[in-house]
Design a protein around this ligand. Sequence first.
Ligand SMILES: O=C(CO)[C@H](O)[C@H](O)COP(=O)(O)O
Ligand SMILES: [Fe+2]
Length: 222
Amino acid sequence: MGIQIAPSILSADFANLERDIVSVDNADWLHFDVMDGHFVPNLTVGLPVLERVVQVAPMPVDVHLMIDDPDHWAPRYAQAGASSVTFHYEAAQDPVAIARELRRLGTRASVALKPGTSADVVIDRLAEFDMVLVMTVEPGFGGQDFMPDMMPKLERLRAAASEVDHDLWLQTDGGISRETIGQAAAAGCDVFVAGSAVYGAEDRRAEIEALRDLARQARDDA
Ligand SMILES: O=C(CO)[C@H](O)[C@H](O)COP(=O)(O)O
Ligand SMILES: [Fe+2]
């Protein structure tokens, strides 16, 4: 797969969620941020909302779990209809067991690393995952500034991903915009989460196309 854009519903209008999901229907994924007020100091939505969102979303749903005890919860999000489930390495007791269970349920298995977590923790186990999310902000809130110092982590994972047999994707989340997407693409990112950049744009579909074009160009130039 090439460059993919995943608008985050964190920046959508929760009173008009279906309208705001359909307004980004040229996106590759819908990014669904789940926060529990414990793993991160913010609280969003969970399983009952996901169950309805997958019924109305024209694109597959990419769940980002920022919650404690993903060993228990991650499979439930797969069963509720997510096409991809990302859990945080820092919250997991047994990341490989979670990933194996997600794959058994037919869902893409993805692990996220907070800015302070080294790629070392997954680099020897990449065969177990379909995607690695390199957070480019501290998880918890939309609209924060992109952290360019995460690019060496992404580059290292890109180099290691070429050693595994399957198509392992890398994702970045936090502060992705027209100004920053090129850096992440050049460092090897495949899937770009963008919340405020897409939902804050006057023409959301045009913004998605602009982000995709900038990422493709930066990838080709790299
Ligand atoms: O996981 C997240 C925050 O923890 C969100 O997906 C992310 O912040 C997207 O928002 P923005 O593009 O506005 O930074
Ligand atoms: Fe996210």
